[in-house]
Design a protein around this ligand. Structure first.
Ligand SMILES: [Zn+2]
Length: 158
């Protein structure tokens, strides 16, 4: 999902949390809100590495071009191309956050924001009829990439 939609979704979810859980402090809501947006930071680092540019706008445009290439593929073609690892998107990162949340209550808020983020990503994945595993398990992405030949196109911004 595009960052602007994560931003608006984060605002709406944060407002709902404030409504139903008035005991939450502002800093806790802020952490949930920011982590629901900033989970896509892995996209930036991947784009920066591939495009060799550090500018946010350059990387956004570069990513949007790759996304447009991906969207042109049919379901069969999407199964044949290698999928980009988005390390913060998947069950592995969530398990790491769950483990860390036993040591810090703040990680629980990051975990909650990450879950919100992934829920909205999955809504778009389902809507576009893209493979669910792309943002479910990065280990599975690695396994499925082993027998694929090209990295002509990758999966971006969802
Ligand atoms: Zn995302």
């Amino acid at each position: 999902m595009l960052p602007k939609y994560h931003f608006f979704a984060g605002i709406i979810i944060s407002a709902i949390l404030l409504l139903f859980f008035p005991s939450l402090r502002g800093i806790e809501i802020l952490i949930i809100f920011l982590s629901s947006i900033l989970l896509d930071i892995d996209h930036y680092f991947i784009f920066a590495k591939r495009s060799k540019k550090l500018g946010i706008k350059d990387n956004y445009n570069w990513g949007m071009q790759r996304r447009a290439e991906w969207d042109k593929l049919n379901a069969n073609e999407k199964r044949k191309v290698k999928i980009t690892h988005f390390y913060l998107h998947g069950i592995e990162f969530l398990v790491l956050l769950i483990v860390l949340s036993f040591f810090s209550v703040w990680v629980k808020y990051i975990l909650f924001g990450a879950i919100i983020h992934l829920c909205f990503d999955y809504i778009e994945i389902i809507h576009k009829k893209d493979p669910l595993f792309i943002k479910f398990s990065q280990i599975y992405v690695g396994i499925s990439n082993k027998h694929k030949k090209s990295m002509l196109c990758s999966y971006f911004f969802i």
